[in-house]
Structure formats: C-alpha cells, structure tokens
Design a protein around this ligand. Structure first.
Ligand SMILES: Nc1nc2c(c(=O)[nH]1)N[C@@H](CNc1ccc(C(=O)N[C@@H](CCC(=O)N[C@@H](CCC(=O)N[C@@H](CCC(=O)O)C(=O)O)C(=O)O)C(=O)O)cc1)CN2
Ligand code: MET
Ligand SMILES: [Zn+2]
Length: 786
C-alpha cells in the first residue's frame, strides 16, 4: 500500500479556485466503454480496474493542465464506478440483507457484488434507481433498516486517494455527507412502522468519523462532504429534525473529532439555498463551506459575518447549464460576499454544483457553428472561469478586464442571434385561450374511445421503444459520415418497424407501437427537428451507470418545421389492423433533458414546445392515428426542491401538457407516461393533465403508488408498470400476475392497463421478447378471473 502524504496540518489552506466535481464519464466515454466491456464478458476484472484508474489519473492530470493545483486540494476526487450514493452505502457496508453475501469478512465489496447491487444479479432485485435532486442523473437508493449493518467497512475511497498520492497527486476526496445519505435512503423492507433511516444517524456518524480518521492518516488535506439534502425542505421529516441531525453531525465530525486527527472539512451544499441550516454550519468547526450562489441568494449580512473564521466558497459558475458565465456579475457577487464576511474574509471560487451535469469540452463541438459556440461553457470552460474569477477577486477586476469583456460580448452576441426572438412564435403563445386547453368531458371521451378502439379488459401495451440494435446505431453513424444516404437509412428504419410490428402481433399485444427505431434519444430526436434547439456531437452527460445522453441546447424560440414522427407512425399503422399508439416527448421533458435558455422564463419556453407538439398531434390524428402518448417522465424531476415554488411550477407544467394534447378529439385516446420517481407529491397534477391513460413506473416499488392515486380520486386509465426494464432480469408470468392482482385491489378492472415500467430501448430483443411473452400471458390469466 502506498505511504501517506505528508502535509502541514496546522494551516489548512484552501484553493482560490476549484470545482465541486467534474464529469466522470471521460471525454471519450471511457467509463461507459470499460463498464460495458466488463459486463459483457469482453474484458476481465483486472482490465476494468486498470481502465478506471487510468480514467481517474487522466482526469486529475487534465484538471491540473487546466490550471487547478494539487497542493491546496483544488482537484476533487469524485470518481465513482457507477454511482456515488452506492459508493457511500458500500463504504458503510450498508447493503440490504439480500445482498449480505457481497460484503467480505474485511468489509469490502468486490466488483461483482458492487454491480449486483446496481443492476441485480438475475435473482435479486438491484437497489432502486431514482432521480438525484432535480436533475437527470439517477442514484441508487440505499435501503436502511434498524438492523442494517453500518460501520466504516469498505475503504475504497481511501485507497483511491492513496493511489493518486502514490503518483504525487494530492486530491480532495468528495463523499456524500451523512445527512444526505440518510435522507436519500428508504426504509429497508420489514422495517417497523414509523422507522426512518435518520434513526440510524449515530451509527452513520460513527462510521464517517472513522472514514475521516482514515483520510487523516492517509494525509488528505481536505475532504469535501456534499450535503445537498440541506437545501431541500420537502423531506418526509420535519425541518427541525433535519436541523437537529445537522447539529449533531457537525458536532461529531467537526467538533468532537478535531484536527489533526481528521482532514480539514469542506461542507458543500449544491442545488439551492441552505437557508436556516447556514447559521448552524457557520457556528460549527468545519473549515470551509460551499454555497450555491446561482440558485441561492447571498446570505444576509448578520449570517455572513458569522462565517468570518471559515473559507467561504462561492459557487457562482452555474453547474447546471452550458452558457458562459456573466463574469462581471459573478465577480461583483464574490466581492459582495467577501465584503459581507468582513475583515480577514477568505473567499474561494467554485461552481454551484458538481460539473457532473455538463459535458466535458465545448471546443470539440465543431458543428455548432461560429454563432453559438463562443457563448458556450462546458466543464473545461467552467474550470477556466472559476480561475479567472479567483484571479479577479485576488488582484482586482482590472487584472481580468479583457476576460470579463470577452465573456460579456459573447453573451450579448448570443441574445442577438436571428431566431432567439420570433414574433410568429410569441404571437401564437399569446393567442392561446382557455378553450384551446380543454377537451371533452372524460365520460364522453371514454365512451367514444371504447367504441372505436374495442380493446379487451386489461389491455396490454408497451411504453414505446423497442431494443435499439447495434445495426440501427451503426446506420446512424454511417448516415452522419455520409457512408449511407438518407434513403438507405430510412430503409433500415422501416425494416425495423416492420419487424417490431410483426413481433408485437405474434406476442399478442393489444396496442402496438412503432418501436422508436428512428430515435437516437427521445429528446434529442425531436430537438434535431425543432427550430430553437441545437444538438452536440460529443456533449455526453452521464444519466446513470454507463448510460449517457447528449442534452440538446435550447437557445431560441421553438417552432416545428415539419412533421417529426408522423411518417414512421403512419408506416407502422399501415402494417397492422391493430391500433397503433403514436409516441412523442412532452414539453416539460423536452426542457428538463435539454440545457435551457437563461433569458426567458421556463414556463414561456414550455408553451412554445407545447405548440410545436400540438401541431404534430393534430397531424397524427388527421392521419387516422387514434392513440397518442405524450411522454412526461421528467414531470416529477423538475418539481422544485422548495415547497413554496411547487404550485407555480405544476401550474405551467400541466398547462403545457394540455396545450399540447387538447387538440385531440374525443375519440383520440391521449396517454401519458411518467417514470422514475415518487409520485405522491404530484397526484393532483397527474389528475389535472387529464390524460385518458397514464402509465407509471411501479414494479421496483411494488405498486406502492396505486392506493394514493385512488385516494386522490383519479378515475381514468392507469398502467402501473409490471416489470422493471432497467434490469436484464426477465419477470415470470406468476410474478406479473401477482402484481396485476395486487393492482386490482386498488384499481377497478375497467381502468387497468398492462405495460412495462418504461421503454425497452436498453434491453436486448431476447430479454424483451421473453418478458413481454410473460406479460401477455399474465394479463390473459388475470383477465380470465375477472
Ligand atoms: N435524454 C434522456 N434522458 C433520460 C432517458 C432517455 O431516454 N433520454 N431515460 C431515462 C433513463 N436514462 C437513460 C439515459 C440514456 C439512455 C441510453 O440508452 N443512452 C445511450 C445513448 C443513446 C444515444 O444517444 N444513442 C445514439 C448514439 C449511439 C452511440 O453511442 N453511437 C456510437 C457508435 C455506435 C456504433 O458504432 O454502434 C458513437 O457515437 O460513438 C444513437 O443511437 O444514434 C447510451 O448511453 O448508450 C437510456 C436511459 C431518464 N432520462
Ligand atoms: C424515460 S421514458 C421513455 C419513454 C419512451 N417512449 C420509451 O419508450 O423509451
Ligand atoms: Zn419511462
């Protein structure tokens, strides 16, 4: 084992400039490639370890090349092989009982066990995957019960630190903080009523204290504890309890455990405002605190003064968008922060949150055109921005005058691009009136649809996508490289549609889809065809594990140029007598999974996207399509983290859905699909969307949502997912039938639909066929009992 680093522990100095975290996927998606090679058996575990360490090494060296320095802890070590919340659970040995065997006698979890927790192992269901705060990143939900083992068990994080140190690179380890860990956990199965993971606070704190001691022994100058949970005020425990837990945590980890036994502590609170938690942090013994000054306000003067003894790290560079920072404004904010703290203020400059949410490097986007590219800042550009700001803060604005001016010019130039403001689009949004948003009463619609669609009870369907084959992806690459012409590409797509339609008929599904083979991604595909959006070539961002997306960049007013999915859907419909359901991506999801403009309210942009979709739905309807699904999987994701902001958001989100869908006549059945989240908080909004059928993720959480829906008075069609598509595991017929029977306890048979949790694009045809065979059989069996 490499020897510890020697540092002067008496003076914890903090960098002028840092970032809270950096993309983990690698500029060439090295993480994805290494993981998928290992999972498929194309590489051995040693190859995987070598690839991962190489990626960590290249990342820290790259950050050093960009100007961040090792000695002062400016370079974060925030790597994770799959997910950082899973890493914290593994560090604590806190695995669910069904996975107890993956922890060895020494407390460590090997690669197979680690990936079994993340992805299941064929027999055991993996941890639940859900949204990380209000982002499109997904974390694995720890399951914590009264008896779950919790101690400092797996020291991988410390070993990673020492491995870097052995190369002479002293990094700043980043760990999910103890409160955030517990608040993101769910009670393990079998926990007594009233149990909350927070009940295990003392055990978790003891384990973190051991972790910090180990980092101290290893010579880490700084450790960053991320506590984003503190900016959220909607947890299922009262705020007082969260604050009491925070006090206790600060006392245990920063006070009782004093330096030099531990590294200096940097408590970071991304994604919002610390609010009433900040005074507690100010009065604690942590050495540094990171504030999100993009989303949160500058703290009040009396709170600022209490921060005087600490390093205060101003998160002024937005980690959630890709626009160049208004450096002048940011510098002014930092100056006010410093002045507010008063004499001796030590202010650092950082990003508002980890750069996990943005792609690596905007300079690679050759196709983005000379007009847009200068206005963009991806991770590497943001690393430069924090350094410019740190220089400006240390040496005065005059020292960075040229940089401030260049940033200002690039930002101004963007707002003047043709297409940023369009009178035709503004006029259409302004002309919308209430009747444009209303459909016929549900009873009338339901009767009309029953007459035209003639579906059996418990109709079976899928969520839209079928497996994306390597052949399709290759064809898209060839099309881009001009090795395949448009006609050739469309032939490949049509053949795939025909194959998927045939397969669905053979399987006996009731409502068919075309399978979405023409889509690289459900958001990017539409963005490529809409005015106002730009797409990237290399702008990959991790969504979960090895899965990535290239979020489009929304820069101008949105309008549809031509039908987007109509030809493909119509082609599928021409091949079968069964009803074919068209599938489009809804307005909120289009925004949530893109980088949005910062010069106009989201609500306004949402109506523009909704109008473009409305035109598409009108065309589909005119072409004889009688079922249209408008996917809104991100509806819950964008729900504000603070209770006070929620109503306004839900109002415009629901309105946008209705703008898009109210063009449907009474005998056109409107479906929506929601996935990946707790729906408890948005049941009323789901109801207000007024969709005829709503499909929701439910398999991993065993149909927990249904009683709530019933209680909310929801009376339309509902398809609780009966099988988890995120895992390769094929559900048995009995299992699906069991879930359907459970669902029937909460939903009348006339309302219940049968479908998977989500689209099948990440599965193989073999897995999808096996699972759907069982799904159809289960539906038939349960139908026979009605
Ligand atoms: N945007 C978005 N967010 C979402 C979802 C979603 O579907 N979209 N679903 C939920 C879960 N998140 C997901 C995110 C990504 C993927 C996913 O499958 N991503 C694919 C990439 C999809 C894509 O853009 N595909 C392109 C590009 C594919 C590609 O990598 N091509 C290679 C070449 C491939 C070859 O030669 O075979 C290359 O460019 O290097 C295409 O099909 O055209 C992946 O990581 O592998 C799935 C779920 C929630 N959030
Ligand atoms: C993440 S929601 C996915 C919905 C989409 N229609 C699909 O089936 O893939
Ligand atoms: Zn979904």
């Amino acid at each position: 084992m490499p020897s510890p680093v020697t540092v002067d522990r008496t003076v914890p100095y903090f960098p002028g400039a840092t970032v809270l975290g950096y993309p983990r996927i690698g500029p060439g998606r090295q993480l994805k490639k290494a993981l998928e090679a290992f999972w498929s058996g194309r590489s051995e575990v040693d190859d995987l370890q070598v690839s991962l360490e190489k990626l960590r090494m290249e990342t820290r060296r790259h950050l050093a090349d960009l100007g961040l320095t090792f000695d002062d802890g400016a370079i974060p070590l925030d790597f994770s092989p799959y997910d950082h919340v899973l890493d914290a659970a593994v560090m604590l040995g806190a695995v669910p009982e069904r996975f107890a065997h993956v922890v060895d006698a020494a407390g460590r979890v090997g690669p197979d066990g680690y990936f079994a927790l993340a992805r299941g192992d064929g027999e055991r269901a993996p941890l639940e995957l859900t949204k990380w705060f209000d982002s499109n990143y997904h974390y694995l939900v720890p399951e914590i019960g009264p008896g779950t083992p919790i101690r400092f068990a797996d020291d991988r994080l410390v070993r990673d630190f020492l491995q870097a140190a052995a190369d002479g690179d002293t990094v700043r380890p980043v760990v999910v903080g103890p409160l955030t860990f517990l608040l993101l956990s769910k009670p393990a199965e079998g926990s007594p009523k009233g149990f909350h993971p927070l009940d295990r606070l003392d055990d978790v704190l003891a384990a973190y204290a051991d972790l910090l001691r180990a980092f101290g022994d290893a010579g880490a100058p700084w450790v960053q504890l991320d506590e984003p949970a503190l900016v959220v005020d909607t947890w299922d425990v009262p705020r007082e309890r969260v604050l009491a837990a925070l006090s206790r945590g600060l006392e245990t980890l920063a006070g009782d455990l004093a330096r030099p036994a531990r590294p200096a502590l940097f408590l970071a609170a991304p994604y919002g405002d610390l609010g009433d938690a900040l005074p507690l942090v100010a009065d604690s013994h942590v050495e540094a605190v990171g504030l999100d000054l993009v989303r949160g306000p500058l703290p009040r003067p009396e709170v600022l003064r209490r921060l005087a003894g600490k390093v205060v790290v101003g998160g002024v560079v937005d980690g959630r968008n890709v626009w160049r920072t208004d450096l002048e404004r940011a510098l002014d904010l930092l100056q006010r922060l410093s002045d507010g703290i008063g004499e001796g203020a030590r202010v650092g400059v950082s990003t508002s949150c980890s750069l996990l949410h943005v792609p690596h490097d905007a300079s690679r986007e050759r196709r983005l055109g000379l007009s847009l590219r200068p206005a963009l800042a991806f991770a590497d550009q943001k690393v430069e921005e924090v350094q410019i700001l740190a220089r400006g803060l240390a040496l005065g604005a005059g020292s960075v005058r040229a940089e401030l001016a260049a940033a200002g010019q690039a930002r101004d130039a963007r707002t003047r691009l043709p297409g940023v403001r369009r009178d035709d689009v503004a006029a259409r949004v302004a002309a919308l009136t209430e009747p444009d948003l209303a459909r016929a009463p549900y009873e009338e619609r339901s009767a009309a649809q029953a007459a035209t669609l003639r579906l059996p009870a418990l109709p079976t369907t899928t969520i839209g996508s079928f497996p994306q084959t390597a052949e399709l992806r290759r064809a898209r690459v060839a099309l881009k490289k001009h090795d395949l012409d448009r006609e050739g590409y469309e032939r490949v797509v049509r053949e795939e549609i025909a194959r998927v339609v045939r397969l669905q008929e053979e399987l006996g599904l009731d409502v068919l889809v075309h399978g979405e083979p023409e889509r690289n991604d459900m958001v990017q595909f539409f963005a490529e065809q809409l005015d106002g959006f730009a797409v990237t070539d290399h702008g990959w961002v991790q969504s979960y594990g090895s899965r990535c997306t290239r979020p489009p960049i929304l820069w101008g007013d949105v309008a549809r140029r031509a039908p987007m999915t109509l030809p493909w859907t119509a082609y599928a419909a021409s091949l079968t007598d069964r009803p074919v359901k068209a599938v489009v991506t809804g307005p909120v999801t289009m925004l949530a999974w893109s980088f949005v403009r910062d010069d106009q309210p989201l609500a306004e942009t949402a109506q523009q996207v909704a109008l473009a979709l409305r035109d598409e739905i009108a065309d589909l309807q005119d072409a004889g399509i009688r079922i249209v699904q408008v996917d809104e999987p991100a509806l819950r994701e964008l729900l504000p983290l603070r209770r006070a902001d929620r109503e306004e958001y839900l109002a415009w989100a629901v309105r946008a859905f209705r703008v898009a869908t109210a063009v449907a006549g009474r005998d056109t059945q409107v479906h929506t699909h929601l996935c990946y989240s707790e729906f408890g908080d948005i049941l009323d909004a789901i109801d207000a969307m007024d969709a005829d059928v709503t499909s929701i993720e439910a398999a991993r959480s065993r149909m927990e949502i249904l009683p709530g829906l019933r209680a909310a008075g929801f009376c339309r069609g509902v398809g609780p997912g009966v099988y988890d598509i995120h895992s390769p595991r094929v559900p048995t017929t009995e299992e699906v039938a069991g879930l359907l029977t459970a669902a029937l306890a909460a939903v009348p048979a006339g309302q219940l639909w049968v479908n998977p949790d989500c689209g099948l694009k990440t599965r193989s045809f073999e897995e999808a066929t096996a699972a759907l065979t069982n799904l159809v059989q289960a539906a038939r069996a349960v139908r026979a009992t009605l």
